[in-house]
Design a protein around this ligand. Structure first.
Ligand SMILES: [Zn+2]
Length: 249
């Protein structure tokens, strides 16, 4: 699995997501929550976790045998943002909409949501009180598990001085590939810049480009045509030469 991902907010490394899944699973494993989660269940959640950043790879998802966090589907922005939840419970005091103060907090919310789905589907059928509700995607079983995560673990971390607020995380951006421009592209932008300069690619079977100096007022532009026809590179340097002459004049 790839180790490092770039989002709008900043860099996310796979280990950060793994730590979040472990944190959520450990929390849910507390005896008082009666979810029958043990060490093996925690390890299983980590084993099935997949982190990716690709539109083509499908949505973020939590299921019985998979937890997928697709960073491309979440705009982990810089700074304060409102994290919006599933419509049916977005207004809920504990599991609804919440303000986050950095993208790590938003990511934690996404992870908690998907871990809740995973536990719902993996453990739900084993727990009598969820017998009738564990199969509904965002039903009462899901909401109950998610509430346990949000109310007691995640929400208290999503404060201005909470989770990641004191960590100086490197704000790396994806290395920008150097764009190489061709003489043709440069000639076209020169012609955009100087309105008296025109080029024409005849589109014949062989290379022929004409650089025009159309500053002459009369309509016999063809006579003013200064032809240059060897290569785009030559055409570009010819255009540059015309510009230089024009600036001197
Ligand atoms: Zn969901």
């Amino acid at each position: 699995m790839k180790n490092k991902f770039y989002t709008i907010g900043g860099t996310v490394i796979t280990k950060e997501v793994e730590d979040m899944v472990r944190l959520c699973m450990k929390h849910l494993s507390k005896k008082e929550y009666e979810l029958r989660i043990n060490k093996n269940s925690i390890q299983y959640a980590l084993d099935v976790l997949k982190v990716c950043h690709a539109k083509a790879n499908g949505a973020t998802h939590g299921g019985r045998n998979s937890i997928k966090i697709n960073l491309a589907y979440w705009q982990f922005k810089k700074g304060i943002q409102t994290f919006v939840e599933y419509k049916a419970f977005n207004k809920d005091k504990h599991i609804g909409e919440i303000q986050t103060y950095n993208y790590h907090q938003s990511l934690l919310l996404v992870v908690a949501h998907e871990v809740a789905h995973h536990v719902q589907e993996k453990q739900g059928s084993l727990i009598p009180r969820y017998r009738n509700t564990y199969q509904k995607a965002h039903g009462l079983c899901f909401q109950d598990i998610y509430r346990t995560l949000r109310k007691d673990l995640v929400n208290p971390m999503c404060t201005v001085d909470g989770f990641y607020s004191d960590v100086n995380v490197p704000q790396e951006q994806e290395p920008v590939k150097k764009k190489r421009t061709s003489p043709k592209q440069r000639l076209i932008s020169l012609c955009d810049e100087y309105e008296w300069l025109e080029y024409e690619d005849d589109g014949w079977g062989f290379f022929r480009v004409e650089v025009w100096d159309n500053r002459a007022e009369d309509d016999s532009a063809f006579d003013q045509m200064l032809d240059h026809s060897d290569s785009w590179k030559d055409a570009e340097s010819y255009a540059l030469q015309l510009i230089k002459e024009a600036e001197v004049a």
